[in-house]
Design a protein around this ligand. Structure first.
Ligand code: AMP
Length: 618
């Protein structure tokens, strides 16, 4: 039976609208669909090219953007403008990634706060969401080119350990790329689906998914029951993968060639040649016993046995993580029914055999490990499109539910398409010293500004005891029960004051109105997200102005007149830009003010610490 769908970007009617499955990976991304004739999942690729698109974005001298293999060519020659591994920054603040900052060869802004990170390219600032949206847009364009039809709906996968902020960031990236993200699916769940595990509603299984990619490793234990995939535990190492195998080979060859770190530091071409040869060697050793090549006239060799000795400690680390994951899930090896291999590095025979020995069973490795997650996402997409009638579709909420935050922004607490019943919550705090109440306004809809969404309810949490701004902890919880009734609770944790309200989100909304709200969110996505970024930049700037002024009031005696004057001038400029500047101008001036205040703030902090220490000794 043919199905009629609506093309959400044009509003036109369309037959059998396609929903694609997307694996948005750290190193590579790809898109897959269920083949209309064979009914099997397939990865989309243009003739004679690979299905994998490197997750790399390059900005040219006029900010022109290229994605994928073309961008990868700039990794060595133009590192400052070539963004790789942006997935590692999704939903993260600078404090979250401070320890790994040297990993990134491009400029990740250190504003020393808990705010989401930004990346500076030339004079412009980009969020990880925007950068990921370029990768998704490239995948969407490719899919449209291959399928010769518009692609507007997608299922996107994320690691099982992604938190709310990281999932929301992934959703936003999809929206910005013009995709209606019907569901965010855990990568291990998708990999299981690609093998058909859990497709039969009567399946009841416990599955281990071992995912070793280029730069990351994770292992997840899933319980599949009644068509529901529950993550029992996850473990891994976000900085362990096939790249480390390559580095082990390079180190081995450097020893043979009597080369030191300084030799390759000074000769980037040699370093690159060694790295490329090492990856080639590793791949060949997956199917042969020996590898030989020649670099600058020197013969280089490595046998499979030598390679295995080099990587054994790395493989052992992954097995230790697997043991920890089992322990966290309170399970033994015998409780695992199936083991699924994901990621290009599971092609290494030592990896495959070690995992098989560890779990004492054959592993699933028949599906291409680079494609298995995207293929599973396509299976999930097919279920959502209603083609797979055997699979139970759980009740879902069609529109997002959230509350209003600073600047009139919508903060989504329960995203659309969440299974119901569901509950979710988030913690907030006060903006002003001594603030005794907080207004909680509940909205429904997909737009970034609450004024464009539908207001469901509002109440005031009163009686918060007087405390400095930022100290109260206010938990706002949403419980959407099986009847579609939403219960919103706000509670200040230090004092225990609490307030609850009940609403019926769907009350009075027709299907057509829901569809219209979704349509509006797609057509306005670009403007909305730009506006959200501007409002956020303004809010952050105002907070910095307040904090800096407070600091000067307190510590002015310890500052030079020049420092005070320079800071005040920067504050005035920032305040002007908050009124009339662009997002980039505000963020630039925000950085300027930060870099002016950082040296004296550090000096005065050191003085305070020294004084405190002295006080103790007396
Ligand atoms: P992924 O992040 O899943 O795309 O994995 C990419 C990693 O798999 C890279 O480190 C590749 O070098 C590695 N890889 C791809 N093919 C092979 C192979 N045949 N043997 C060993 N490693 C491979």
């Amino acid at each position: 039976m043919a199905k009629i769908g609506i093309n959400l970007s044009t509003g036109s009617l369309q037959k059998e609208e396609i929903i694609v499955g997307i694996d948005l990976g750290t190193t590579n991304s790809l898109v897959a669909i269920i083949h209309p004739e064979t009914k099997k999942p397939v990865a989309l690729k243009e003739h004679n090219s690979a299905s994998l698109v490197p997750s790399i974005v390059h900005f040219g001298s006029h900010q022109e953007i290229v994605v994928g293999d073309t961008a990868k060519e700039f990794l060595i020659s133009d590192p400052a403008n070539t963004i790789f591994s942006v997935k590692r920054l999704m939903g993260k603040s600078y404090n979250d990634i401070r320890k790994q900052s040297s990993f990134f060869t491009y400029k990740v802004i250190d504003d020393d706060t808990e705010k989401l990170v930004k990346i500076q390219i030339g004079t412009k600032f980009y969020s990880p969401v925007e950068l990921s949206s370029y990768i998704l847009k490239e995948l969407k364009t490719r899919a449209e080119h291959i399928l010769k039809t518009p692609v507007n709906k997608a299922v996107i996968t994320v690691p099982a350990y992604f938190n709310d902020a990281q999932r929301q960031a992934t959703r936003d990236a999809g929206k910005l790329a013009g995709l209606d993200v019907l569901r965010i699916v855990n990568e291990p769940t998708a990999a299981s689906l690609a093998y058909g595990l859990g497709l039969n509603p009567n399946d009841s299984k416990t599955v281990a998914i071992y995912d070793l990619g280029g730069g990351t490793f994770d292992i997840s234990i899933l319980k599949i029951q009644d068509g529901i995939f529950e993550v029992l535990s996850t473990n891994g190492d976000t900085y362990l993968g096939g790249d480390d195998f390559d580095r082990a080979i390079v180190a081995h060859w450097m020893k043979e060639l009597n080369l030191g770190e300084a030799d390759i530091e000074s000769d980037k071409t040699l370093a690159q040649m060694l790295r490329v040869a090492a990856e080639k060697a590793k791949k060949e050793l997956s199917s042969s016993e020996e590898f030989t090549t020649d670099i600058n006239g020197s013969a280089l060799k490595i046998s499979k046995a030598q390679f295995e000795i080099l990587i054994q400690p790395l493989v052992d680390k992954t097995l230790q993580a697997a043991a920890n994951a089992l322990k966290d899930a309170k399970l033994g090896i015998n409780d695992i029914d199936d083991v699924v291999m994901v990621g290009g590095s599971t092609r290494v025979p030592l990896v495959k055999n070690s995992v098989s020995n560890f779990f004492q069973k054959n592993v699933h490795d028949e599906v291409n490990p680079d494609e298995v997650v995207a293929l599973g996402a396509a299976v999930q997409a097919d279920i959502l499109s209603g083609n797979n009638k055997d699979f139970l579709l759980l009740d879902i909420t069609p529109l997002s539910l959230g509350i209003e935050t600073m600047g009139g922004l919508m903060d989504v607490i329960i995203p659309r398409n969440s299974k119901i019943p569901t509950k979710a919550g988030r913690q907030y705090t006060t903006q002003k010293d001594g603030q005794s109440g907080m207004r909680v306004s509940v909205y429904q809809g997909e737009r970034d500004l609450v004024k464009d969404n539908r207001k469901l309810a509002e109440f005031n949490l009163a009686g918060i005891p007087g405390m400095p701004a930022g100290l109260p902890k206010i938990d706002v919880n949403f419980l959407l029960n099986a009847d579609g009734i939403l219960v919103v609770t706000a509670k200040e944790l230090r004092s225990g004051v609490e307030q609850t309200i009940e609403v019926k989100p769907q009350y009075g909304l027709t299907d057509a109105e829901v569809e219209q709200m979704l349509l509006d969110s797609i057509t306005n996505a670009k403007d909305d997200i730009a506006l959200r970024a501007l409002v956020e930049a303004r809010t952050e700037a105002n907070q910095l102005i307040d904090a800096t002024e407070n600091f000067i009031n307190k510590n002015g005696k310890l500052m030079t007149t020049a420092e005070i004057e320079e800071t005040q001038a920067a504050i005035i400029k920032l305040a002007e830009l908050v009124k009339s500047g662009t997002k980039d101008e505000i963020q630039h001036q925000h950085e300027v003010l930060n870099s002016i205040s950082r040296p004296y703030a550090e000096r005065i902090m050191d003085l305070a610490v020294a004084a405190a220490m002295k006080g103790k000794q007396i």
